[in-house]
Design a protein around this ligand. Structure first.
Ligand code: ZN
Ligand code: ZN
Length: 191
């Protein structure tokens, strides 16, 4: 089988054309890919145009340069990273551990179940949780008996619970007095 020079020439021409077409498609694809990739990493339009120009001018070496210089994370990855950091900072600011034994506790616990350290106290009036250092309930304004016993002569006991019972007993009396007064007032016109 003998090929004449014209056929060989045609084959070389065809091969070259196919190669050029492939290179052109590859070049366009790389430019498109670079544009998409840089768009997910940078919002700055100048940076995007520069990346596309580098790849368009330098072709495959340009892609290598781009891969070396491109920002390591996409904007979505950076956003996730920021969220993770915020969660970490919050967990550091709000440790929620027992001051006695260092175990994890919940904000609503009054006593540590592990070492029995007193964590919070309850308001005698509205039963909201108060920090141990507070001497006044911020929810209802009731003074905390255990903290005010030295300034109030009517509190004789050291333990907060009997003092609380005393206060509630006093309050019940006044309520009953008011109620009897009310009954008295209501009954008076009938008599
Ligand atoms: Zn503890
Ligand atoms: Zn209260």
């Amino acid at each position: 089988m003998v090929l004449d020079p014209q056929t060989i020439n045609n084959l070389i021409m065809g091969g070259t054309a196919w190669g050029l077409a492939f290179l052109a498609a590859l070049w366009l694809s790389l430019i498109l890919w670079t544009y998409r990739d840089i768009s997910s990493r940078k919002r700055n339009p100048v940076t995007r145009i520069l990346a596309v120009i580098i790849v368009a001018l330098l072709f495959v070496p340009g892609i290598i340069i781009y891969l070396i210089l491109r920002p390591p994370h996409t904007m979505e990855e950076e956003y996730q990273h920021v969220l993770e950091e915020e969660a970490l900072v919050q967990s550091i600011e709000d440790p929620q551990v027992c001051p006695g034994c260092g175990r994890h506790i919940q904000a609503t616990w009054m006593v540590c179940p592990n070492c029995h350290t007193r964590l919070m106290k309850a308001c005698q009036e509205c039963h909201q949780l108060l920090e141990l250092g507070w001497n006044l309930c911020p929810y209802c304004g009731t003074p905390v008996p255990g903290m005010r016993e030295r300034t109030h002569p009517e509190d004789h006991t050291n333990q907060p619970n009997p003092a609380g019972e005393e206060i509630s007993a006093v309050k019940n009396e006044t309520v009953e007095d008011e109620f009897s007064d009310f009954i008295h007032v209501v009954e008076k016109p009938e008599k």
